[in-house]
Design a protein around this ligand. Structure first.
Ligand code: CA
Ligand code: CA
Length: 218
């Protein structure tokens, strides 16, 4: 019951404060602002891209060597509109000297959020989601690896999504039940491509690294 009250009060507070941005879509309680500078209603802070009134349990050290706030410079990024543009992935500079044939990576990333209970169905939703984006020209290929240590309850999944015009339609997905997820894809249009990392369920939290290599159009 407390949670239900919190949800309703958060919504009304957000509406009053103007921090909540409805254009960010239906995913609940997404922090606004910009990467490294999140915005939440008064009394709430941004944890794993969610505006919460207290840190989720995974902000403690049970994830191992990585803390829950390790990727705070990439957050908030819980919806495609807030996707973090990866290095050399920018539309403005598509001919980055390191664009092709070199493995790029970010380490110390983390899925760490709080699962919320839907008052209507009793089901779980919420949690942290991390979106990244890269601009690709038609014919270019990308090989993406999500590096993580699989355990039951710490299972991460990866998807590659199309651009906003396609409503971020799924292009590929990888949902193994062992270490790592891998996707390879050849760009069928010139534009933005989105990488989605999330837990198998909203309670699956784990740290990870994101690696990718681009290959020029043949
Ligand atoms: Ca995260
Ligand atoms: Ca996130």
């Amino acid at each position: 019951m407390k949670r239900i009250f919190l949800l309703f009060s958060l919504v009304s507070m957000a509406a009053l404060s103007g921090c909540y941005d409805p254009s960010l879509g239906p995913f609940p309680f997404v922090c606004g602002g910009s990467h490294g500078n999140p915005e939440c209603p008064e009394g709430y802070s941004c944890y794993g891209g969610q505006c919460l009134d207290q840190a989720p349990a995974c902000y403690d050290s049970y994830l191992g060597p990585i803390k829950g706030d390790a990727d705070r410079d990439f957050e908030p990024n819980n919806v495609p509109k807030l996707a973090y543009t990866v290095i050399c992935g920018d539309e403005v500079n598509p001919y980055c000297p390191q664009r092709y044939g070199i493995q790029q990576q970010y380490v110390n990333l983390v899925i760490c959020g709080e699962a919320l209970t839907d008052p209507a169905s009793g089901g779980l939703y919420g949690g942290d989601r991390d979106y990244y984006r890269i601009y690709m020209s038609m014919g270019e290929s990308i090989a993406i690896t999500l590096k993580y240590n699989y355990q039951m309850g710490k299972d991460l999944d990866m998807r590659l999504l199309g651009d906003e015009q396609s409503n971020w339609a799924q292009l590929k997905m990888s949902q193994s039940t062992n270490d790592d997820e891998q996707i390879t894809h050849t760009a069928e249009y010139t534009g933005w491509y989105y990488i989605e990392i999330k837990g198998k369920t909203p309670t699956d939290n784990q740290f990870y690294a994101l690696q990718w290599t681009l290959t020029a159009a043949q």
